[in-house]
Every structure is written in C-alpha cells, then in structure tokens.
Design a protein around this ligand. Sequence first.
Ligand SMILES: [Cu+2]
Length: 141
Amino acid sequence: MPPAPRAVTAGCLVAVAGLSTACLSSQSPINRRPHLGSTTATTSANGIQHVTVTADDTYRFFPSTITVHPGKVQITLKNTGSGAPHNWGLDAFGTADLTPDIPGGQSTSVTFTTPAPGRYSFSCTIHAKQGQTGVLIVLPD
Ligand SMILES: [Cu+2]
C-alpha cells in the first residue's frame, strides 16, 4: 500500500508544475515577468571581464543585473530559446556595442570598454518593449 500514495504524489507534482508553466506563458503579461539574477564579471588573464548572459523565449535576460569594474568587458549572449532571435547592447552606446541578432541555439559576443562608473540599461532592441532589459553596473575605480 505505501507505494500507491507515493505514485499519486509524484503525479500531482508533475501536473502542478505543468500548470504553473502554462499559467506563466498564457496568462502572465510579458511586461510583468520578473527580472532574475545578478552576476559579477570574472576577469581572465588578459584583463578582460567575461559575462555570459542567457536569453530564451521568455524575453528576459539571465542574469539581468551585471556588475563590472572599469575596463574591458566581453558579453557572451546565448540564445537558449527556440523562437525569436535576440541581441544585446548598452542603450547608451546605440549600435556601437550591439551584438548581431542570433536565433535560438546560437551564441555571439561583443567586447567593449566600460563607460564611466554608474548604472546603464541594456536591452534586446527587438524585445525592449516586452521588457527584455537589464542593468550594467560599472563600479568606481
Ligand atoms: Cu530579444
């Protein structure tokens, strides 16, 4: 008898997980989806700070808050989705540091020198209106 309740419980968990995923994608307005994650860049031997940012079919960046020191930064954008293409760029830079649009399953990178210490918004120019944005924090020297 003990195995039966366990099996039922597992089935319910799967069903609940499936439901909540369905709720997120069909009922939650895209603009209200949360922005998740923050990271501090790791610096390689050549002094370039590396950050990997993931984007998928939720029109969000992960992480959406990136902290760096002044200097050179390389952003690698991975599109792990299967639908829309994405790009990454600092809004203040216009197209100077904008990555190409990459389809699902691909990645690209861009290297730039940080602007003065402060907070800078970045976005996917295709989906900024859906809230695919984030913040780059450049620390003081
Ligand atoms: Cu996008």
